[in-house]
Design a protein around this ligand. Structure first.
Ligand code: B1M
Length: 211
């Protein structure tokens, strides 16, 4: 079994400490942080998701896998951080109200910080008004929204409306993402940008801050 397969297998069974050790070992062996993430850790969460859908694993197993994933990505964090010119800008990020999924949101945050952007992380289950108030109070250029449930993605439309009602829509860009979100949905709700993964989200945020 390759080390990436070992990482995937241990994320799936939630062996957080072993994942942490294996991720460090893979880095020491010269495997890039991006490859560890893309070929080791992300496939593990897809497999868990499939098993969850088919009732082969249940919430407790998914939670321990998520914890192992988060511990592994913490080791990757300094290595995923971009090098070179650091962008200037401030972003508020969170998972929308009703939604507790935060692995993707944490990855986006990590990549944004890697690009030198300052990030205010509101966590999960964040009401629309909180995003808008934070953008005002903290003088953020971008609101970044993550949703993993088809039932919560509509809260993103509430954030767009709340920003309009607060009179900040022309000053703040709104970015959306997460597994059920699409470019068509982004356009439908009047948000500014959809990206499918954390690295593209960070690139887009830099572009929007510069613009
Ligand atoms: Co949940 N869950 N879950 N879950 N869970 C899904 C999302 C699901 C698809 C599983 C399934 O059925 N196959 C399904 C949703 C179905 C649907 O809506 N159609 C589901 C369900 C149903 C539920 C519950 C309702 C289950 C229940 O209780 N009966 C419940 C809801 C709780 C709630 O939120 N209110 C629930 C709970 C949980 C756990 C708490 C156990 C756990 C979350 C733990 C945590 O996050 N700390 C969990 C998990 C782990 C998953 C799966 C297995 C994995 C999600 C994940 O972390 N993926 C997931 C199945 C799956 O996705 N295959 C599933 C890895 C992560 C890196 O990907 O977050 O998509 P993702 O992020 C990607 C991109 O989407 C993008 O960047 C990342 C990659 O670079 N991205 C952005 C994300 N945000 C972005 C923002 C951007 C740009 C890009 O711009 C701002």
């Amino acid at each position: 079994m390759s080390i990436l397969q070992e990482i995937s297998a241990n994320v799936q069974i939630g062996k957080a400490k072993i994942v942490k050790t294996l991720v460090q070992q893979a880095l020491d062996e010269g495997i890039s942080a991006q490859q560890i993430l893309t070929d080791g850790m992300l496939p593990a969460m897809s497999i868990i998701g499939e098993k969850f859908k088919n009732n082969e694993v249940f919430v407790p197993e998914v939670l321990v896998a998520a914890r192992a994933m988060n511990m592994g990505t913490a080791v990757l964090k300094p290595h995923l951080a971009g090098e070179g010119v650091q962008a200037a800008g401030k972003v508020v990020i969170g998972t929308v109200e009703g939604d507790l999924h935060d692995i993707g949101k944490n990855l986006v945050k990590m990549m944004l910080e890697g690009k030198g952007l300052e990030v205010v992380d509101l966590g999960t289950d964040v009401p629309a008004a909180k995003f808008v108030q934070t953008a005002i109070d903290e003088n953020c250029q971008i609101i970044c929204l993550s949703a993993l449930l088809t039932t919560t993605m509509n809260v993103m439309a509430d954030v767009v409306k709340a920003a309009e009602e607060a009179g900040i829509r022309d000053k703040v860009k709104i970015m959306v993402g997460g597994a059920p979100v699409t470019d068509a949905f982004c356009q439908q709700i009047g948000a500014d940008a959809y990206t499918s993964d954390a690295a593209s989200a960070a690139d887009k945020a830099v572009e929007l801050c510069a613009g």
